[in-house]
Design a protein around this ligand. Structure first.
Ligand SMILES: NC(=O)C1=CN([C@@H]2O[C@H](COP(=O)(O)OP(=O)(O)OC[C@H]3O[C@@H](n4cnc5c(N)ncnc54)[C@H](OP(=O)(O)O)[C@@H]3O)[C@@H](O)[C@H]2O)C=CC1
Ligand SMILES: O=C(O)CCC(=O)C(=O)O
Length: 488
């Protein structure tokens, strides 16, 4: 049952105040499960709003960075407690605004709480080393300096976890923040920011500006008052962030796409592999950068694996994320649905064989939402568009190979290198996979999707810009090392 709520208008959060944009323009955020439901209204801000946010963040940076790291961490602990107390409301908002099922949205919100607590604790951990000096009277050590003001540009697929895994380390390491969420999930983002406001974060330390990516996102890229930019989203926009940041000497961090392979060896536990492919490929409607999209299966088990997979795919229940027995929700937006459908058309046009799905869900209620059937292709050639480009939808491509070497060649034949899995009972094969697979996350007998918040996260090749997010690795982006030498 949908929970009816009165659509509310959310302001920007600038210098500790919720306010309308200067233009007064607002935009509706709609429910992808039912395009006629408005979840709320958010600001369609302009450059002047961004300038105000940057100015507030710059003023606040002078005070914030002088607080002790444990004191900054205390604010994150408080924000975690507020988020936890609002978990149900925020998760429901996420489901209604972005489409993922309520259990997934609850899980993601709980992960947000855990990330906040992890980085709150980070305020108490060491941030430097003592290094022996050649001068017997000298003391040499490293400390960390914050960047100043960071701009965070986030996507719609993890509207709580991704903003928090950027905001929390940015703050605890002494930066202030200008946060621009995807407009498609701006209401969820505003509710997350409310938790920080309620936690008593000093004015200007965290600022939210909603609006079009081409205006506010681009404005962050170009803004001389922003010292670093962390971005998650598409390839194309990521490259704009990199070019713009380099042009004005700002630090940047990119987390972009994936075309994540799962290799199923002849000795694999096939039931385990099938469950992992279903969960890793189709949960969140395939809208995770770590989602499985290429399933590379050895010929000895190909037919058995395919039959088992098809059997499970046929059982998937698609529907509104708020309905209890729904396993897979709609695509997050009409645009995203059209992108997915166009890739399905390309797959068919290029000669892949459609085994299941291949279009929109039909039937009463479904036409109001952006539902695509879970889709399975076989006879996929590694060069086909559906085997090369990130689809970001519930589409799996089966590729048949004869050897592990061939499987690794196919798996590595992509410009992406985010996440990859192998299913085998053989330690030697697992070791070969760990060594030869070009991906930032490699998994043995586990699904390709999902990351643990305390571990470094990021990809190789064109998936990321090289630095890592999450865990203690986050300190590398959000700070600079200062090497200190002192003598009396
Ligand atoms: N790695 C990942 O996790 C993600 C990958 N993607 C991939 O990207 C594809 C397209 O998704 P889409 O939402 O369009 O991704 P985008 O890259 O357009 O969106 C990501 C963020 O960037 C903002 N943005 C858009 N244009 C600019 C710009 N010119 N300058 C700065 N920021 C900008 C967006 O704002 P706004 O949307 O408000 O305009 C959003 O906040 C997906 O199909 C998928 O393949 C998408 C999301 C996440
Ligand atoms: O798999 C996850 O949990 C994180 C994925 C992610 O970062 C993304 O899709 O952008």
């Amino acid at each position: 049952m949908m929970v009816p709520t009165e659509p509310r208008t959310y302001g920007n959060y600038i210098d500790g105040l919720w306010a309308a944009s200067v233009s007064g323009n607002i935009e509706a955020s709609i429910n992808p499960a039912d395009r006629h439901e408005t979840v709320g209204y958010c600001q369609k801000s302009g450059q002047e709003d961004l300038d105000r946010a940057v100015a507030a963040a710059r003023r606040a940076a002078l005070i914030w960075r002088r607080l002790s790291a444990p004191a900054r961490g205390d604010f994150l602990f408080k924000a975690a407690n507020v988020l936890e107390s609002r978990l149900d409301d925020i998760a429901e908002t996420m489901t209604r605004e972005m489409g993922k099922t309520l259990p997934e949205a609850r899980g993601e919100t709980a992960r947000g709480v855990a990330i906040l607590r992890y980085y709150a604790g980070e305020g108490m951990r060491k941030h430097g080393d003592v290094i022996p000096s050649t001068d017997p009277d000298g003391l040499m050590f490293t400390t960390r300096a914050s960047l100043g003001v960071v701009g965070l540009i986030t996507p719609w697929n993890f509207p709580v976890a991704i903003p928090i895994w950027k905001i929390a380390p940015a703050l605890v390491y002494g930066n202030t923040v200008v946060f621009k969420p995807a407009q498609d999930t701006a209401i969820t983002a505003a509710k997350v920011v409310e938790c920080f406001a309620e936690a008593g974060l000093p004015y200007g330390v965290l600022n939210l500006v909603t609006g079009a990516g081409s205006v506010i996102g681009q404005g962050i890229i170009d803004h001389p008052g922003i010292d670093g930019i962390s971005f998650t989203g598409s390839d194309g926009v990521g490259k704009k962030v990199a070019l713009g940041a380099v042009a004005r000497g700002a630090k940047y961090q990119l987390e972009m796409g994936g075309k994540n392979p799962v290799i199923v060896c002849n000795d694999a536990d096939l039931d385990l592999a099938v469950d992992a492919v279903i969960s890793g490929g189709l949960k969140s409607t395939g809208q995770k950068c770590t989602c499985t999209s290429r399933v590379i299966v050895m010929s000895g088990v190909y037919e058995t694996f395919k039959d088992k997979l098809l059997h499970k795919v046929r059982q998937i229940k698609v529907g509104p994320g708020m309905v209890q027995d729904t396993w897979m929700g709609p695509c997050a937006s009409e645009n995203q649905m059209q992108t997915v459908l166009s890739y399905i058309d390309k797959g068919t046009a290029e000669g892949a064989t459609l085994l299941h799905g291949g279009g929109r869900m039909q039937g009463e209620g479904y036409e109001q939402g952006f539902y695509v059937l879970p889709t399975l292709f076989e006879n996929v050639n590694p060069d086909m568009v559906i085997a090369q480009e990130e689809i970001f939808g519930p589409v799996l491509a089966l590729l048949k190979v004869d050897t592990l070497e061939e499987a690794l060649n196919v798996a590595n034949g992509s410009r992406y290198g985010l996440s990859a899995s192998v299913f085998t009972r053989d330690v030697g094969r697992a070791m070969t996979f760990i060594r030869e697979m070009d991906a930032g996350l490699v998994r043995i007998n586990a699904e390709s999707a999902g990351v643990e918040l305390q571990a470094p996260f990021g990809g190789m090749k064109q998936s990321s810009s090289g630095s890592r997010e999450q865990g203690q690795a986050a300190i590398e982006f959000y700070t600079s090392i200062k090497t200190v030498f002192m003598k009396s």
